[in-house]
Structures are given as structure tokens and as C-alpha cells.
Design a protein. Structure first.
Length: 608
């Protein structure tokens, strides 16, 4: 038998020095030529080769194969495969026997094997080619196995596939829109969120280009940034508008990245798209509010919870005299007069509680030390989490209004003084002219009482700024000379115009005077009920009723005196209505039916 070719590798030395006589192969000198040739080929090869010989499948292998069996080397050499590959023998034996007995060649890629080669079990992968080794007569004596371990590649591919699956899952389930495009803009991949943003289905988008859904006014900038990315390789971000399928526009923030091939060239483009429509709308509202605040004639400023000024508009500069640079960062207490030092603390306590401070009149100090009258309103400022972080303050200059009110008060007071002087003069003339005998004295007293009633009506109008007076107050004033417990007064709140105030005051004075002389007020048990109501319809009607009870039996007078004529004619004229006086035996009744209009039309909403 020819000697084995000389080799410088480790396995050649091991095989040459191994005691083969103790194995089923016998001494090397007895090996068949096919075995010697196969071993020589195996040892000189750089491929991973293991050979299993005979029915016991005694193992021989080369240096390239040794690392693949870990700590089984070198013990596996020269021993039956069953001894060292016990954990996978049920899997390996059928493969080897099919080659040894049937002469088949077994080929497989990435064939998994369960093996323990480093003291722990693991699944490894090989590309295998198991071929029969035949003697001169064609009999198969052994199995020549060329293998290539692919475990690392297989595991890397598995990891890659799992990673890709996770990425696809993330992309498909992401709350952010994602899309991939070819360099000409054709969509090749979109996720569900992107479809929701633009309103198209995935199928529709995969037949479209990015330009098809980009708002025309945004195309130029989008293309410029894309060309810059292609030239420099730098990714870019852009805020742009998409045209949705329904024709509406949606604002998005689009982060665009280039996807490169192995040579580093950009082959595709990926975009991460976020819907920012609400943010854009909020920014637009903020800009409008900022413009309104900046151009407002009112002083508008904001403070934090430490009362430090954080913003200051031009209206505040005009009103208070401080520039924004001077005011921002200072305490708002610089505007408080000495007698209102606690006002801001009180306001801030309400703001902390989330309350809006209703507009109220107050004073503030200007830069020159002067005080200015303002109408101030304060509202809480919230951050994005709904927490109160400060307050906004709007001050309207009411100096002119206050001066007008002061002047009006002076003028009204002067007018009232002069009217009373005129009434006093008229009363004095009446006494001098008519008061020479007892009959005339009675007339003068009646005249004086009527003038007093008019004076009291004027007092009511003074308190109402000569604009209006409430009906209940008019009645109370007219009946003030008499005990309150003699009257029952009820009705809705109604405002009367000046002419109606004087007329009703005089009428009530006449009715009360007549009742005190002849009617219910002339006896202890007499009572007077004064009621009114508003009836709604095409024309609202005011119904006022004076009814006496508990007094002497009433007889219809044979003639009407001045008082009766004043009641009937004056009320009818001034209230634009009808007056009916009936002399019932149980007591006098006076009814007024007035249409909405002169006298009380300003108060119809209140009555309703």
C-alpha cells in the first residue's frame, strides 16, 4: 500500500500517529487504496471535510473541519460517529446509511443539526455534500462529507428577517406616516397612517407620485431641497401641504432621508410624515391674536404667578408710559397706587383658583406718577398641560368716561338745585297770591303737595341719570308720606322713562290724597293694593291697577275735580294708553292699560 503523502498540517500528524490497528479500519498498511487516496485528498483540501468509514462510521477529518466540532476534537478522530455525535445520531445516521448502503449522494443547504460541541446544546447549520467512496469493485466503503458551516450567516439572516418584520410591524402600526419613493417620486411603500393623512388607499398611492399629492405652491421648495440632498447627501425636513383625495389640504412635517446601496449612492427616498394641521391652525390663531394684541388701543399685558410682567403691548406703553423693555421682567405692582397695594394679591388668588376676574373699575399708576382710571379684566393663562401659569390683564382707559360722569353729576346736581329753587319760588308765589283766607290756604296746601310729589319724582330721575326709574321705586317714593303697611305692592321689574315717572308720581299722589281724605286711607282698617303686569302679544300691554278696600262706602261723585281729570288725562297721554276709574261701593279702582311705547318700551326685555 502506498504511503500517505506528507503533510505539514496538524491532522496529518494526528492521523499518521494514530493507532489504527485498534479500530475497525486496521493498521494503515492494510487500508484499501480508496481510503488512502480519500484521506490524502481530504488532508490537502482547504474545504471542511469529514469522512466516516465502514459500518461503524469511524471518523477522519482535516484541519479545516476540526473547529466545527469544538471540544469533540481531537477525541472524535478514529472513533465511531455514534460515540461523539450521540446527541444528533438519530438525525445523522439515516443520512450516512443512505450513502453507505444505497450509494446515494446527499446534498443540502443550510441543513440544521442539533449538536453539543462546547459543552452546551445548540442548533447549527451546514451546507453538506455526502458522497460514497467506492473500492475498485464499486463497493461503497465510506462516506466522504464536504461541509461548510453557515450558522453565522443563517442566524444573521434570521435576525435580519426578524428585524425587518419588526420594522414592518412598527411602520404599519406607527402613528406617524411613512412612505418610500423611487427617485422619480413614485410611491413603492406606504403605511396605514400615511394613507389616513392623505386620504388615499395604499393601492391608489402605489400608482401615484409624490408630486401628484403635493400642493403646487410647495413643489418648488420641495424639489430644491431634494436636489440639494442628491448633490450633498444631506437629509432634509420641510413643512408642506398635501392635497387630500377629497380636495382639502393637510399640513405635514416631512423628514426626508436617502436610502443608499452598497456603494453609498442614494437609490430611494424615505419620508416620515407627521400631520401638523392643528399646530398650523393654532399658530395662525396665535399670529392673529398677537396682531390684535399688538394693535389694540387697550393696555394688554401678561404676568406669571410671581406677578412678574412677561409681555407688554403698545397699548400698555401708551397708557402707562413704560416701554416694553422697561416693563418686562419687573413686578406688576409697580402700577399699583399706594391705597391699592393688596389688590394684585387678591386678584392672583382668584386666578390660581382658575376663576376669571370680571371687569371692574380701578386706578393704576403711570410712569409720571399720575393715576389713571381703567376698566380692568383679568383671565387665567394655561400651559399645554392645562396648568395655570399666569394671568392676562386688559386695561381700558376710562379717564374720559370718568370725567364725563363727574361733569354729568355736577350738571345734574346743579339742574336739580335749580329745579327745586324754581319749585320753591312757585310755592312762595302761591302762598303770597292765594293764601289770604282759609279756603285759599287749603288750595295752597294741595298745590304744595303736588309740587312736592313732582320734586320727589325729580329726585328719582336724578339717581337714574335722568334716563329712567324703576316702577317699584316710583310707587314707593310717591307713597312715602303714608305708612307702608297700608299698601300691597306687586309686579315685575319695569323701567319708566322720565315723562312717565313724573306722570305716574303725580297720579299716585292724587289717588293717595283722595284715599286719605275720603277713601281707604281715611280709616284704620283701609288698604290699597297696587299691582301691575305685562301681557305679551303682537303689542305688549302694561296693565296697572289701583284698588282700595276696607274704607267707607264709595259714592260716585257728581262732578270730577282737578285730581280726577289729572289722573285720567295725564296718564292716558303720557303712557299712550287708556285709564278707567270706577267708584265701586267697596272702594275706588283705577286701571291703566298702556301699550308698549312711550314711557316704558325701554324695559320690555326686563319685564319678559
Amino acid at each position: 500500500m502506498p504511503e500517505l503523502a506528507s503533510h505539514t498540517n496538524e491532522m496529518a500528524a494526528l492521523i499518521s500517529g494514530f493507532d489504527w490497528a485498534a479500530t475497525s479500519l486496521g493498521p494503515k498498511s492494510a487500508w484499501p487504496p480508496c481510503l488512502t487516496a480519500a484521506v490524502d485528498i481530504m488532508l490537502s483540501a482547504r474545504a471542511q471535510i469529514v469522512m466516516f468509514w465502514g459500518e461503524d462510521f469511524v471518523a477522519l477529518y482535516n484541519d479545516a473541519y476540526a473547529p466545527t466540532i469544538g471540544d469533540k476534537h481531537p477525541h472524535a478522530l478514529g472513533h465511531p460517529a455514534r460515540e461523539n455525535w450521540a446527541e444528533l445520531w438519530n438525525d445523522l445516521e439515516p443520512l450516512l446509511r443512505s450513502v453507505l448502503h444505497d450509494g446515494q449522494t446527499v446534498v443540502a443547504k443550510d441543513r440544521p443539526f442539533y449538536i453539543e460541541r462546547y459543552g452546551y446544546p445548540e442548533t447549527v447549520y451546514f451546507d453538506i455534500s455526502y458522497s460514497p467512496v467506492r473500492d475498485a469493485d464499486g463497493k461503497v466503503l465510506g462516506v466522504f462529507c464536504i461541509v461548510n458551516e453557515t450558522t453565522e450567516r443563517v442566524r444573521s439572516e434570521q435576525i435580519l428577517r426578524e428585524s425587518e418584520e419588526r420594522i414592518r410591524a412598527v411602520i404599519s402600526q406607527s402613528a406617524t406616516g411613512m412612505a418610500q419613493c423611487e427617485l422619480d417620486g413614485r410611491f413603492i411603500q406606504v403605511n396605514g397612517r400615511f394613507c389616513e393623512i392623505v386620504g388615499y388607499s395604499e393601492t391608489e398611492l402605489l400608482g401615484m407620485r409624490m408630486d401628484d399629492i403635493t400642493y403646487p405652491d410647495d413643489l418648488r421648495e420641495n424639489r430644491r431641497l431634494f436636489e440639494t440632498m442628491m448633490a450633498t447627501g444631506e437629509n432634509f425636513e420641510i413643512e408642506k401641504r398635501y392635497i387630500r383625495k377629497d380636495g382639502s389640504l393637510v399640513w405635514v412635517a416631512n423628514a426626508v432621508s436617502g436610502l443608499r446601496d452598497g456603494s453609498g449612492r442614494i437609490q430611494r427616498v424615505a419620508g416620515v410624515v407627521t400631520d401638523i394641521t392643528e399646530r398650523k391652525q393654532a399658530q395662525q390663531i396665535e399670529r392673529r391674536l398677537a396682531a390684535i394684541i399688538a394693535s389694540s388701543d387697550d393696555a394688554i399685558l401678561s404676568i406669571d404667578l410671581n406677578m412678574v410682567i412677561r409681555s407688554w403691548n403698545t397699548g400698555a406703553e401708551r397708557l402707562y408710559g413704560h416701554s416694553a423693555e422697561e416693563a418686562v421682567g419687573r413686578s406688576v405692582t409697580m402700577l399699583l397706587p399706594d391705597d391699592r397695594s393688596e389688590e394684585e394679591t387678591t386678584i392672583l388668588a382668584r386666578i390660581r383658583a382658575g376663576q376669571r376676574v370680571e371687569p371692574y373699575e380701578t386706578k393704576r399708576r403711570c410712569r409720571n406718577g399720575e393715576l389713571v382710571d381703567v376698566l380692568l379684566s383679568v383671565s387665567p393663562i394655561y400651559d399645554t398641560y392645562g396648568r395655570i401659569v399666569g394671568a392676562s390683564k386688559t386695561a381700558h382707559d376710562i379717564s374720559a368716561k370718568k370725567e364725563a360722569e363727574r361733569l354729568q353729576t355736577v350738571l345734574v346736581g346743579e339742574l336739580n338745585h335749580r329745579v327745586k329753587n324754581v319749585l320753591a319760588t312757585v310755592m312762595a308765589i302761591a302762598r303770597q297770591t292765594l293764601g289770604r283766607d282759609d279756603v285759599d290756604k287749603a288750595s295752597v296746601e294741595t298745590f304744595e303737595a303736588r309740587l312736592s310729589s313732582m320734586a320727589r319724582a325729580h329726585d328719582l330721575l336724578i339717581h337714574g341719570q335722568w334716563e329712567q326709574a324703576e316702577l317699584t321705586a316710583v310707587i314707593a317714593q310717591a307713597l312715602s308720606p303714608y305708612p307702608k303697611d297700608r299698601f300691597e305692592i306687586s309686579g315685575p321689574a319695569i323701567k319708566l322713562a322720565p315723562r312717565a315717572v313724573v306722570s305716574i308720581s303725580l297720579a299716585l299722589h292724587e289717588l293717595a290724597t283722595n284715599a286719605a281724605k275720603y277713601g281707604a286711607l281715611s280709616v284704620a282698617d283701609g288698604r290699597v293694593a297696587i299691582t301691575w303686569s305685562v301681557e305679551m302679544g303682537e303689542t305688549d300691554q302694561l296693565k296697572l291697577r289701583w284698588q282700595e278696600s276696607g274704607g267707607p262706602v264709595v259714592n260716585t261723585p257728581t262732578r270730577k275735580g282737578f285730581g280726577s281729570r289729572l289722573i285720567e288725562s295725564l296718564l292716558a297721554a303720557e303712557l299712550n294708553g287708556k285709564v278707567h276709574v270706577s267708584y265701586e261701593p267697596s272702594g275706588l279702582i283705577c286701571e291703566v292699560d298702556a301699550a308698549a311705547g312711550i314711557g316704558w318700551d325701554q324695559a320690555r326685555d326686563t319685564a319678559k
